[in-house]
Write a new protein. Structure first.
Ligand code: BGC
Length: 760
């Protein structure tokens, strides 16, 4: 079907046909309307590879699916901070989906990592909304350029798995807008995903799948979303209110039950047919785009090329946390003891709906053996099996210690067993299994020249970080992570990943510790704006490794930053970065802003822009970072809108959130916020009002001078006029009774004057 005219078709369809379009035909297909030539289109997971099930369906990753390239999950990809790389991975995902006739790939997932305990953090990009939004948009751009739609998920505030189908995320307006919606806004405005997937949970008591504020006012009216809203699989609570709210397509099939409810609601007048028409038209629009895009790429899949891209992406996902004394990169002729089960059996993706059936799977042990010219021994070190005995554990440890003592370097692979993190449930702690920590102690005692390589989807506590000279955070790296790990260990790839989430010292330090996962199906986001590094910085807490941190085998020097406001009102920051080492490398240059003395509560600094650049040894390059004016705005509950506060912003150009290299001040003209005065406005607000302010100030000054003896009573330094600032003007009369006092007529007159329409 080509040239599907969604509006014309909507007019031709019967009421029943329109209703039928708004729910799935099966687990993965939307419904066709054969009478008018509308085909069934397929949507499938996502996000870091294609999970196209051969038959049937489940949303837990249980059933078999066609082989596809398993790229690194978002936890890895995000650590590259590289827009171009994520666009290329998105492109490859689009190619694979297109070859398999999949119209929509269910991803990317960009929810904020609010707590390290969230079982699904491996599927998300960051604790920061700009990182999530910018990188999420890159994936969407890549996929959609291949004629395959993205599904931006899970909209919104789905930051835990515990009770995810009922729990209400109770969030104040500022953090909701500034932390939890900002990334979604960025992706919608910059990349127009074909679909947005509403989440299971409730937000401030209302199911995302039936929230008109979320799905219509915010998503469509404010952000200009033009695509279709699809439910997460099984997220529909009440279908008819969902249609009214703007939830177009229910997935998977409801076996016709909710279609009949919609028809009945139109017939009895409780649902306006035009509302159903809008939902049906959006489904048809999606089918139209899918049909146009179909066949953009023809098979067969170039398995080798995509595996090579997966390897490149995996190497770029690895974060070198620590490298004392230059233990890394390893010499090719070094005698190595490779220790730990993960070296042989990689943990390369997380459990649940995102599980890909990979086209092939590399282990780090194979990769190391292939790259090394020296002796490589392997010891399993520990067992992840639940029924492992104490004797077996001791024997595995002894074997590892023997291997480590005879080697130049011990490379120990530690990580979370798959059962500890998954979609559908959260973790209880952030600790590595005790047997692994014991093993590491024993190996370190035998050979201090030890490198730790981590495999984990959510952050883990690193109590050994002071005792181990080198640590590589290997996250979950997808099917080619084994080779990529070897590339980084031997320096064939210079590591350049940086943390998109803080590694805390202990769970008790984390921002949501006292408010996670909530109780009785309510979770209060009590930390407000102070998520991730915003929390640790505000409270000046020590962390294991800060947000934005990541080392390289080379070093970078930063020049003095310069900043100015450009014609669009954005801040352009320019800085020269030099590779001061002896090998090529990449640096992620970060820009954070703050507004000292600002009127509203703000984090110490917030990331606003970043760039990943490659530099040859000795090379210097100018880097320009653009901080969008819109990203300086806070959400002002008084006007229910974004407001840029005026003032002198500090822009920190940094190698991490705690490694500021240069700071530049840039003056920003604020938005004009003139609030109407009312009797509950304070005297302070009246004094600051642009029209009546001077008048009120003069009146207060006069009043103060008339109050003889005040100075004699007041302790020295107490400011009597300041004491009055928070009095509501409507009550001023009470305190100034008698002749010359403030009458209610005077207050009314003042309010009328303040609120009179002003000349533009
Ligand atoms: C997950 C989604 C996924 C869907 C389909 C749901 O349980 O939350 O991320 O896309 O299933 O498998």
């Amino acid at each position: 079907m080509t040239d599907l005219d969604a509006s014309r078709l909507t007019a031709e369809l019967t009421l029943e046909e329109k209703a039928s379009l708004t729910s799935g035909a099966s687990f993965w297909y939307a419904k066709p309307v054969p009478r008018v030539g509308v085909p069934a289109v397929m949507m499938t997971d996502g996000p870091h590879g294609l999970r196209k099930q051969r038959e049937g369906g489940d949303h837990l990753g249980l059933g078999d699916s066609v082989p596809a390239t398993c790229f690194p999950p978002a936890v890895g990809l995000g650590s590259s901070w590289d827009v171009d790389l994520l666009r290329r991975v998105g492109d490859a995902l689009g190619v694979e989906a297109s070859i398999e006739n999949v119209a929509v790939l269910l991803g990317p997932g960009i929810n904020i990592k609010r707590s390290p305990l969230c079982g699904r953090n491996f599927e998300y990009l960051s604790e920061d909304p700009i990182v999530s939004g910018v990188l999420g948009a890159a994936i969407v751009h890549g996929m959609q350029a291949r004629g395959v739609g993205a599904s931006l998920k899970h909209f919104a505030a789905n930051n835990q798995e515990n009770d995810r189908m009922r729990s209400s995320s109770d969030i104040d307006p500022r953090p909701l807008r500034e932390m939890y919606l900002r990334g979604f806004q960025r992706v919608v405005e910059d990349a127009q995903p074909w679909t947005v997937m509403c989440s299971y949970n409730r937000i401030n008591g209302v199911y995302a799948s039936e929230d008109p504020w979320l799905l219509t006012r915010v998503l469509r009216d404010e952000w200009g979303f033009e695509g279709l809203v699809v439910s997460d699989w099984g997220a529909v609570n009440e279908r008819v209110p969902g249609v009214k709210a703007g939830m177009d397509l229910e997935m998977p099939s409801s076996n016709g039950v909710t279609d009949a409810q919609i028809v009945a609601a139109v017939n009895d007048g409780t649902l306006d047919e035009s509302v159903l028409d809008a939902a049906a038209r959006r489904v048809l629009d999606l089918v139209s785009k899918a049909t146009e895009g179909a066949g953009a790429v023809s098979g067969p899949l170039d398995v080798d090329a995509h595996h090579a891209l997966a390897r490149e992406a995996a190497a770029r996902s690895i974060v070198l946390l620590k490298n004392d004394g230059g233990v890394l990169p390893l010499a090719k002729d070094a005698a190595l003891a490779v220790i730990g089960e993960f070296a042989e059996k990689p943990r390369y993706q997380g459990a649940g709906s995102s599980m890909i059936n990979p086209t092939r799977l590399d282990s780090a042990l194979e990769g190391i053996r292939a790259a090394s010219g020296g002796e490589v021994s392997y010891a399993r070190g520990f067992s992840n099996a639940l029924d492992v005995t104490a004797d077996e554990t001791a024997a595995l440890r002894d074997e590892a210690v023997a291997a480590a003592s005879g080697a130049d370097v011990a490379v120990v692979f530690l990580g979370l067993p798959a059962r500890l993190e998954s979609e559908g449930y959260d973790r209880d702690d952030i600790d590595l299994p005790a047997a692994q920590l014991d093993l590491l102690d024993a190996v370190l005692a035998a050979n201090p020249n030890t490198v730790v390589v981590l495999s984990n989807g959510g952050v883990v506590a690193l109590p050994f970080r002071g005792r181990v000279p080198a640590i590589l955070e290997g996250w979950l790296l997808g099917q080619a992570g084994g080779g990529a790990t070897a590339d980084v260990l031997f320096g064939d790839v210079n590591p350049s990943g940086k943390l998109t989430e803080t590694i805390p010292l202990r769970l008790e330090d984390t921002p949501a510790y006292l408010d996670f996962p909530g109780e009785f199906s309510h979770v209060r986001y009590g930390e407000g704006l102070f998520v991730g590094y915003r929390w640790y910085d505000a409270r000046r807490m020590e962390v294991a490794f800060p947000f934005g941190h990541g080392l390289s085998y080379t070093t970078f020097a930063y020049g003095d930053a310069e900043g100015a406001v450009n014609a669009d009102g954005d801040i352009e920051v320019r800085v020269e970065v030099t590779n001061t080492g002896d090998r090529a490398g990449r640096e992620v240059v970060q820009a954070y802003t703050s507004l000292p003395g600002g009127a509203v509560q703000r984090p110490v600094r917030e990331l606003k822009a970043f760039a990943s650049i490659e530099l040859q040894p000795g090379e210097t390059r100018p880097v320009t970072l653009v901080v969008r004016r819109a990203d300086l705005a806070y959400w002002d509950i008084r006007v229910d809108g974004w407001v840029v506060e005026g003032g002198e912003y500090m822009v920190d150009v940094a190698a991490s959130s705690r490694d500021i290299r240069s700071t530049v001040a840039v003056a920003i003209t604020g938005d004009d916020v003139v609030l109407p005065l009312s009797p509950t406005s304070s005297i302070g607000e009246a004094m600051a009002h642009p029209v009546v302010g001077p008048m009120v100030q003069a009146a207060i000054a006069q009043m103060m001078s008339g109050m003889e003896g005040v100075e004699a009573i007041m302790p020295e330094g107490v400011d009597a006029s300041k004491m009055m600032e928070s009095f509501p003007i409507g009550r001023a009369g009470m305190f100034t009774a008698g002749e010359g006092g403030v009458s209610s007529e005077m207050i009314d007159g003042l309010i009328a004057l303040a609120n009179a329409p002003r000349q533009a």
